[in-house]
Design a protein around this ligand. Structure first.
Ligand SMILES: [Zn+2]
Length: 134
């Protein structure tokens, strides 16, 4: 699907959070989601002794905290200029369970696209989100 201005704005929102907040080994990715009404929520991952709670999950929780039932689009952006990342397999399952119609922004910045969750290509191992530091 063609990217619209609101989709590009969502990428920018996640990118801004990644630049501002993902500066340590604890927080390495940022996600942004948009509702059909245009509300946007963001979140960062939380890496901890037992693993990593993904930015996607934190962001879904943030939206749920605000009582939002429906999400239209999600994007994940990595730290240190890693740009747009696909959701990990675990998050895809959560999204499929909770928001099966959600669209995902994928691709390099100069060729971003929106894909239905079920059309995402298999994930090349994204050892969750960690590039750095550990
Ligand atoms: Zn994940």
């Amino acid at each position: 699907m063609e990217m619209r201005d609101v989709d590009r704005a969502l990428v920018q929102a996640a990118g801004a959070v990644a630049r501002l907040r993902c500066r340590s080994a604890t927080h390495t990715t940022a996600a942004a989601v948009r509702t059909p009404e245009g509300r946007v929520f963001t979140g960062v991952d939380v890496r901890h002794a037992t693993g990593d709670t993904c930015a996607e999950i934190v962001t879904l929780g943030t939206a749920a905290t605000q009582g939002v039932p429906e999400l239209e689009t999600i994007v994940v952006v990595g730290d240190r200029g890693r740009l747009v990342l696909p959701p990990c397999e675990r998050c895809r399952q959560v999204l499929l369970d909770r928001h099966p119609t959600i669209q995902v922004v994928v691709g390099p910045l100069d060729d971003l696209r929106l894909l239905p969750l079920t059309d995402l290509p298999p994930e090349p191992t994204r050892q969750d989100h960690a590039v750095s530091g550990q």
